[in-house]
Unconditional design. Structure first.
Length: 121
């Protein structure tokens, strides 16, 4: 499903990075941002889901990066991809799974989740 919207919309010229952007809420966010004119980078663990998401978002509007947002090396590669394209991040959506709410995490689990969200430096 393609979402209608102006390419010169509210996010025209902006760069958005969305972890967990290959399906569900993350994909819906990526579609909306692209429809509003943003160039989006989406990450996800499964190559097939990323390819399908890129097709839905549309060529020229998206770059996919396969990786797990819980792995710092994968987050570094996502950041490096944006930087290698000569872009900077304007909007970051830390949407990747992880399960459970913050209230269910022991203190060390919260720190790990927060570290996984620390993509922008």
């Amino acid at each position: 499903m393609s979402l209608p919207g102006p390419r010169g919309g509210q996010l025209a010229g902006q760069v958005a990075v969305i972890t967990g952007g290959s399906e569900g809420i993350g994909l819906a966010i990526a579609q909306r941002f692209a429809a509003e004119g943003a160039y989006v980078y989406i990450s996800g663990r499964r190559a097939a889901a990323l390819a399908a998401a890129a097709q839905l978002i549309g060529s020229g509007q998206v770059t996919t990066v396969q990786g797990d947002a819980a792995r710092p090396d994968d987050l570094d590669r996502l950041y490096a991809t944006v930087a290698a394209d000569g872009r900077t991040i304007d909007v970051l959506v830390a949407n990747a799974g992880g399960g459970g709410g913050v209230g269910t995490l022991p203190r060390c689990g919260y720190r790990r989740r927060a570290a996984a969200s620390a993509l922008c430096r």
